[in-house]
Design a protein around this ligand. Structure first.
Ligand code: SAH
Length: 344
């Protein structure tokens, strides 16, 4: 059993069954989630026998820190962890003004194998457990506490396809948003998906309302199929409808992510088509210039193309941002996680 995979009620029941008083659950979850302490020997108000009992009931730490890399601009930190089965995993902390955003991984590797992304190059190794997802946030929270800061945004944009690990991801969302546990606002969490229709529908029926980002990357199915193998599995219009339904049910605006790749999807004709597609939706397009991945024969778009693309979106009055990848000196860009270490 993993302590960080449990909801508050599950922790309460477990402790009661072990003969503990009812206030124990609150004490323990304060250590885990408010103080971000995962080592029971540091839980100073617990007796030695209680620490032993807690350790005998379950595992506290699932991630062993291997390396922390800092970008030159001191805004991005990449954390490399080793899991108990030896798999390597990464998370990224992005600091921008008051935002402290943790980008969490949901799987080791990725089944989606998008043409421009490093995570899928080796395919899927395994799903992460809820605790392995939650602990990424807690360890970075602990790192920030030392500077007097706290995590205030989480994005599920690291390695893996979160909707292909639905149950563990949803439980991690419950833990991270429960005010009795990590207590982060639902509005400060974004889940990014390659477009798993049944997962989007299921997520819209959950009781929480987090932001959804769809990795669209193309204005039509033909181009999408060329760069996203998953597009072969799902009809383009049905996917767009599923995302519209998500917006209607949750009342959250949607972000469409669009990795611009030279000669593939970065022309003004593509921008026009995208403009028509998204014109009347309340949404933001997040343009991400392709960040080169070793071994892939794709190219970055020119600055001129990016700005022409943005002008067309302006004409269609579509809100857009352009994310020049942060932390590329440490290869901390989304989709570039863990590959270097995994291959070596
Ligand atoms: N599987 C999910 C979550 C992974 S995050 C998804 O597909 O959304 C993936 C995001 O990382 C994508 O939206 C893509 O924009 C970005 N990405 C991956 N590789 C990239 C690269 N080489 N350059 C720029 N962006 C990349």
């Amino acid at each position: 059993m993993e302590w960080t995979s449990l909801l508050f009620e599950e922790i309460s029941i477990l402790l009661q069954e072990a003969g503990q008083p009812s206030f124990r659950a609150k004490q323990l979850t304060e250590w885990l989630y408010q103080k971000a302490i995962l080592d029971p020997t540091k839980m100073t108000n617990f007796s030695a026998s209680l620490k032993d009992l807690l350790q005998s009931l379950g595992t506290f730490s699932l991630l062993e820190p291997v390396k922390v890399q800092e970008s030159d601009d001191l805004e991005t930190w990449k954390f490399l962890w080793k899991l108990q089965d030896g798999s390597l995993l990464e998370s990224v902390l992005i600091c921008s003004e008051k935002r402290r955003t943790v980008c969490v991984s949901s799987q080791v590797g990725c089944p989606a194998r998008c043409a421009f992304c490093a995570s899928g190059k080796l395919g899927l190794k395994r799903n992460l457990t809820t605790g392995e997802i939650v602990e990424q946030v807690l360890r970075i929270e602990n790192f920030l506490h030392e500077k007097g800061e706290s995590v205030n945004h989480i994005v599920y944009m690291g390695m893996g396809e979160p909707l292909e690990n639905f149950d563990a991801v949803v439980k991690s969302l419950r833990i991270l948003t429960d005010p009795k546990l990590f207590g982060l606002s639902q509005r400060h969490i974004t889940l990014s998906t390659v477009g798993v229709i049944e997962g989007i529908r299921k997520l819209s029926l959950e009781s929480f309302k987090i932001n959804l980002a769809l990795s669209l990357h193309a204005p039509n199915q033909n181009i999408r199929k060329k760069i996203i193998p998953y597009a072969r599995k799902y009809d383009f219009n049905e996917l767009m409808d599923a995302v519209d339904e998500y917006r209607e049910i949750t009342k959250r605006d949607i972000t469409y992510e669009y990795t611009l790749i030279s000669g593939i999807n970065d022309g003004v004709e593509h921008a026009e088509e995208l403009g028509k597609l998204l014109q009347f939706k309340h949404c933001t397009v997040n343009l991400i210039p392709y960040n080169p991945v070793a071994g892939l024969k794709l190219e970055k778009p020119d600055r001129g193309n990016i700005s022409a693309f943005r002008d067309v979106l302006d004409e269609y009055e579509i809100a857009h941002t352009c994310r020049y990848t942060k932390g590329d000196d440490i290869a901390a860009a989304c989709g570039q996680l863990a590959l270097q270490e995994t291959v070596c």
